[in-house]
Ligand binder design. Structure first.
Ligand code: GDP
Ligand code: MG
Length: 437
């Protein structure tokens, strides 16, 4: 086949291959997104080069524009770079498993130690927290408070002992008490500081940890990379915990740190509360870094989950004004089966996590709405008009909500029905005028 013919066939079949121009245009956007997400400059450069090589000449998927296809490749490469799958803690085959927490002051070591202990407890482990920060005033007290809150014992010897001795004594104590995970909270430092570095190295030698987890504040962006690099060089970290991702941080630090240290990010801190520690999911972080939203997986998810037949039925009901609370409930469940709402919203381009905070849809709302509808009788769901004040009271009681909340839902339902009617009416008029369908 001549090249010309092949090109022509390519166009007929689908969209052909990605040209250098397609890739360049999309990559300009990607580059900006990465820099804006605070990814290290050199990391960006290397990454773009690598992805370009892979993308040029790739066959464009049927359903995508060339630009979207480039983004798809970028997304895949980003995910791969950050570790593909979540990375779990390594437990020692002969307990106790020792976890050494390190990092700069204020990064979140003490808080994260508590979160980790709480997590492990839920997995039926018997963790022990160890207070080795003897420098910061009230550091020991802080860990004790945290430990009490998650109901995990804290080993401390006050601030008059050497941290290495405390760590050693804690090991003995833990073994005697049957603790199978020992989490050592250490003193931070404002910058990489020789004395403290030596101290933590000594603790390291004394307790031979299974995990050396570096706690880094995601908000510090570029600095976090240098910190991670030094700690890794000096101590040989086994993993990273990225804290404060609930803030404005766009997660660029995750990519940079992973690239520079080649150590997995194991958890992310999503808030100050002690249950706000989550496993690190590379694919989610990739979409977050790109900021343009993971359009592809949104489409995939939607197609996989929404029953098209059901959707058609629903449409018919809307047209004929037979939309009931049961349909409403059905719809809610479908939305829910797509995954956590905020995650879903985050996949839509242009929606950022900050805006989400102001948004009044969250899973709690959905659960409440579900509870209210589920407390209605079949008849009430079909014809909400019969729901008078005594029924409202009953429904509120049954769903553990208030009459005001029930009222609000009824009003919303009525409004949306009205709106649906307006749409279908509009459609009818348009059709008559020959402007529609
Ligand atoms: P340490 O000096 O490394 O031990 O840091 P701390 O554990 O004392 O935490 C410093 C501050 O960061 C505290 O106010 C914590 O509540 C806060 N913090 C820790 N982790 C997170 C997180 O994931 N999100 C938010 N928003 N704050 C966090
Ligand atoms: Mg601390």
């Amino acid at each position: 086949l001549s090249e010309k013919l092949q090109n022509a066939l390519g166009k007929l079949k689908g969209k052909g291959k990605l040209s250098e121009k397609d890739v360049d245009i999309a990559m300009r956007e990607v580059r900006l997104a990465l820099l804006e997400a605070d990814v290290n400059f050199k990391v960006v450069k290397d990454f773009i080069k690598k992805v370009k090589e892979r993308a040029i000449g790739a066959e464009v998927m049927e359903s995508l524009t060339p630009g979207q296809h480039v983004i798809k490749i970028v997304n895949e490469e980003l995910t791969k770079l950050m570790g593909e799958k979540e990375s779990k803690l390594n437990f020692s085959s002969s307990p106790p498993t020792v976890i050494l927490m390190c990092g700069l002051q204020g990064a979140g070591k003490t808080t994260t130690s508590g979160k980790l202990a709480s997590n492990l407890k839920k997995q039926n482990k018997r963790p022990l927290l160890v207070a080795c920060d003897v420098y910061r005033p009230a550091a020991i007290k802080q860990l004790e408070v945290v430990g009490e809150r998650v109901n995990v014992p804290v080993f401390s010897m006050g601030d008059k002992h050497d941290p290495v001795d405390i760590a050693k004594a804690a090991m003995e104590h833990g073994k005697k008490n049957g603790n199978d995970v020992i989490i050592i909270d250490t003193a931070g430092r404002l910058h990489i500081d020789e004395d403290l570095m030596t101290e933590i190295k000594n603790i390291h030698e004394a307790v031979k940890p299974n995990e050396v987890l570096l706690v880094v504040d995601a908000m510090t962006g570029q600095d976090a990379v240098n910190v991670a690099d030094s700690f890794n060089e000096r101590l040989g970290i086994t993993g990273v915990i990225l804290t404060k991702l609930d803030g404005d941080a766009r997660g660029g630090a995750a990519l940079s740190i992973r690239t520079v240290t080649n150590k997995p990010i194991k958890f992310v801190g999503m808030g100050e509360k002690l249950d706000q520690l989550e496993p690190f999911y590379p694919d989610r972080m990739a979409s977050r870094i790109l900021g343009m939203g993971d359009v592809l997986s949104l489409i995939e998810k939607a197609q996989a989950n929404i029953d098209t037949q059901k959707a058609l039925e629903l449409e018919k009901k809307i047209r004929t004004q037979q939309f009931t609370f049961d349909d409403f409930l059905d719809q809610l469940e479908q939305v829910k089966s797509l995954g956590p709402l905020d995650e879903l919203m985050g996949m839509i381009p242009g929606v950022n996590s900050k805006a989400l905070k102001d948004l009044d849809v969250n899973e709690k709302d959905i659960k409440r709405i579900q509870a209210i509808i589920q407390s209605m009788t079949v008849k009430e769901r079909e014809s909400p008009d019969i729901i008078d004040s005594s029924r409202r009271k009953r429904i509120a009681k049954g769903s553990g909500t208030t009459v005001q909340e029930v009222n609000k839902l009824l009003k919303q339902f009525k409004e949306s029905k009205k709106m649906m009617k307006r749409f279908t009416d509009m459609e009818k008029t348009m059709k008559k005028k020959g402007k529609f369908g």
